[in-house]
Design a protein around this ligand. Structure first.
Ligand code: PMP
Ligand code: GLN
Length: 381
């Protein structure tokens, strides 16, 4: 067999979680909560499962869940998106991204990714016969260098990926960034995949600049989100994609052959919970900001240097003052094996990371006691 992805191995998330398991380290590597989703949500799913809602759901997703998503979008961003023609429920944001890429990319096309970027983008593009062009975000704050992005556009460019709030840095795009992008692609055959899975994890009173609320950009965009992040149930692998009707129709042609539909009782339960608890998403910023602040406050006693993440449930930490001799992959392994805390190296999100970068990523979606135990160990490093 000739591999279609010769350069791909097992993801860093699987490897670090496995190492944490083997060594008994506290796992702040792969991004997932160590607490459960809301009880009412789990009960709703259990009820639907026991009441026999266990057969295929509609290919585009359960209508009541699509309506709840449309209502959430209206409340959060003041945008009206049609539940029938613009919203599709998918088995995870990852599948949504994959299908959107397959809909957009033909052999020989180019997609621009902003490094560091999430690991599923590039393989999705390559499987469609395309190629990723990597443009680094500007350090230290992981902002978009608009000139570099403009310079990377060629006649073959068909797609630009956005991710805000940004994994791994937590950085946020602003409305001005969206305006710049809209201007850049105006009149060109270029579309956007906006990965907004951390849309409700945003701190310090800031507002998420969603592509859903940017009328011009939205007309060229697939906007992706994940119930896994918003409702603390990453293992449910349930997400959605919002796109104008013509784009949604193309995506659905692919989605119906990749998966056909999402998991039925999960969709019923999510629809019930969202209808009964619209306040859940409004409470998320304070909920996660308290965790970020606890973790960062505890680490002020350490030799790591931190700039508080503006969003997501990830916190970057610079370890230059501790082991400048180790690259970040070696550092993450050393921290796990020798100090009992697993982290993710940031260079794996890059095609080519700056040589002097000394950053690891910690996930703070953890119970207070987990964060305290981890911080104690990290302060001893
Ligand atoms: N995009 C980003 C930036 C992510 O961090 C994740 C988390 N795994 C995903 C997409 C995928 O989300 P899901 O688990 O719903 O497929
Ligand atoms: N999004 C998660 C992270 O960044 C990982 C998901 C996965 O394991 N594929 O940690």
């Amino acid at each position: 067999l000739v591999s279609k992805l010769p350069n791909v191995g097992t993801t860093i998330f699987t490897r670090m979680s496995q190492l944490a398991l083997e060594t008994g380290a506290i796992n702040l590597s792969q991004g997932f909560p160590d607490f459960d989703g809301p009880q009412a949500l789990r009960e709703a799913v259990a009820r639907h499962l026991m009441e026999g809602r266990n057969q295929y759901s509609p290919m585009t997703g359960l209508p009541s869940l699509r309506q709840q998503v449309a209502a959430k979008i209206a409340r959060s961003y003041g945008a009206q998106r049609d539940a029938d023609s613009e919203i599709t429920i998918t088995p995870g944001a990852t599948e949504a991204i994959f299908c959107a890429v397959q809909a957009l990319i033909h052999a020989g096309d180019e997609a621009i990714v902003l490094d560091p970027c999430y690991d599923s983008y590039e393989p999705s593009v390559e499987l469609a016969g395309g190629r990723c062009v990597h443009v680094p975000l500007a350090l230290p704050d992981f902002t978009v260098d608009w000139q570099r992005l403009a310079d990377a556009i060629t006649p073959r460019t068909r797609l630009i990926f956005l991710n805000s709030p940004h994994n791994p840095s937590g950085a946020l795009l602003t409305r001005a960034d969206l305006d710049k992008l809209a201007e850049l692609i105006r009149g060109r055959d270029i579309h956007v995949i906006s990965d907004e899975v951390y849309e409700h994890l945003i701190f310090d009173g800031q507002r998420h600049a969603s592509v859903l609320a940017h009328e011009e950009l939205y007309q060229r965009a697939f906007v992706v989100s994940s119930f896994g992040k918003t409702y603390h149930v990453t293992g449910w692998k349930t997400g959605y994609v919002v796109a104008p009707p013509l784009l949604s129709a193309e995506l659905r042609k692919i989605h119906q052959y990749v998966n056909f539909c999402g998991v039925t009782p999960l969709q019923f339960g999510l629809a019930d919970f969202m209808a009964a608890h619209p306040e859940h998403v409004e409470e998320l910023p304070a909920f996660y900001q308290a965790k970020r602040d606890l973790f960062c406050d505890l680490l002020t006693g350490s030799r790591f240097t931190l700039t508080r993440a503006p969003g997501t449930y990830f916190q970057l930490a610079d370890y230059s003052a501790i082991r400048p001799d180790l690259d970040d992959v070696a550092m993450a392994e050393w921290l796990t094996r020798e100090h009992g805390v697993a982290a993710i190296p940031v260079s794996v999100f890059y095609q080519s990371a700056p040589k002097d970068m000394r950053l690891v990523r910690f996930c703070f979606a953890k119970r207070e006691e987990t964060l305290r135990q981890a911080a104690e160990k990290l302060c001893a490093v």
